[in-house]
Design a protein around this ligand. Structure first.
Ligand SMILES: [Zn+2]
Ligand SMILES: [Zn+2]
Length: 298
């Protein structure tokens, strides 16, 4: 949380999870980039399915970089098998263009390990859609983030949230971030529903990737978290107009302010209670923004 708001620079809006004709998306990589750019995004990662039938693509979006827009190279990594026997879906943003094809014996956690070793920011995709268990989440010990909102899964099957797994991992002590993504494929309805706001000094792949790995971002469906500052044992928040501002912690710990047009809040952190605190801002349309956690012993 503090990484996002204390870091130098400004917030850049990006989608870390989406597909193109490099796998099963409807638009070419160029068109995907053009659509996001036209919608006001500063960067995206085209994360095509890293499967043999698509030639294990790390889709090259470098031609779309320039004039205020940039891209991270990446892929959605797949391997057998989650605790439920499903294929793993793991988003890796910041892969090298020559990331080697999946080996015959590689598992999801193996692939995630190889991706992070190659420099990528790695997130567990759509946990509810995949019905990931806590043991699944624990097994990918290198993951930087959980996709707490996946727009395509939300619209298509009402399984867009990853918050139950996310809180369970936090409760188990995992220091892990929260991203929101479109997972855009073919349809107008799976665009522009969830994104990350990354705080970095400049909108370059290197600066964005470093900021993501340091936790300097928040996830949103619409609301802006403009500032979060610690004032002694209080937390002072400024945000876009909201109906609820909630600070959630372990188990039942929470504080909240409810009202119309709220643009800020002050909460007592109660650091003696320990654990972590994370912020949720919800607007009048029900759209949410989620901060990364503040660990009170950090
Ligand atoms: Zn997926
Ligand atoms: Zn996907």
């Amino acid at each position: 949380m503090f990484e996002a708001f204390a870091a130098d620079g400004r917030f850049w809006r990006g989608n870390l999870h989406g597909h193109s004709t490099g796998s099963d998306g409807a638009y070419s990589p160029d068109e995907v980039c053009a659509r996001y750019r036209a919608a006001g995004y500063d960067f995206i990662c085209v994360s095509d399915h890293f499967l043999a039938r698509y030639g294990h693509p790390v889709t090259d979006t470098r031609p779309a970089r320039g004039s205020g827009f940039t891209t991270l190279l990446g892929a959605e990594l797949h391997a057998p098998a989650t605790g439920q026997g499903e294929l793993w879906h793991i988003v890796a943003a910041g892969l090298p263009a020559d990331f080697a094809a999946t080996g015959p014996d590689e598992t999801g956690p193996d692939l995630a390990r190889r991706a992070t070793a190659a420099g990528a920011f790695v997130a567990l995709a759509h946990p509810h859609w995949s019905q990931l268990t806590l043991a699944d989440g624990q097994s990918v010990e290198v993951a930087h983030a959980v996709e707490v909102y996946n727009h395509k899964s939300a619209v298509e099957v009402d399984r867009g949230d990853g918050l139950v797994l996310y809180d369970a991992l936090l409760h188990a002590g995992r220091r892990i971030g929260a991203i929101a993504s479109d997972d855009s494929h073919h349809h107008e309805y799976d665009l522009f529903g969830g994104w990350v706001m990354v705080k970095a000094a400049e909108n370059t792949p290197e600066a964005l990737l470093a900021a993501l790995k340091s936790g300097a971002y928040y996830a949103s469906q619409g609301p802006e978290i403009r500032d979060v500052a610690r004032d002694g044992d209080d937390l002072v928040i400024a945000c876009s107009p909201a109906q609820s501002i909630v600070l959630a912690g372990p188990l039942t710990w929470r504080q909240r302010v409810l009202g119309d047009g709220l643009t800020g809040a002050r909460f007592a952190l109660e650091p003696e209670q320990g654990g972590w605190r994370r912020l949720i801002v919800r607007d009048a349309a029900g759209r949410r923004a989620w901060s990364n956690p503040l660990w009170l012993d950090a």
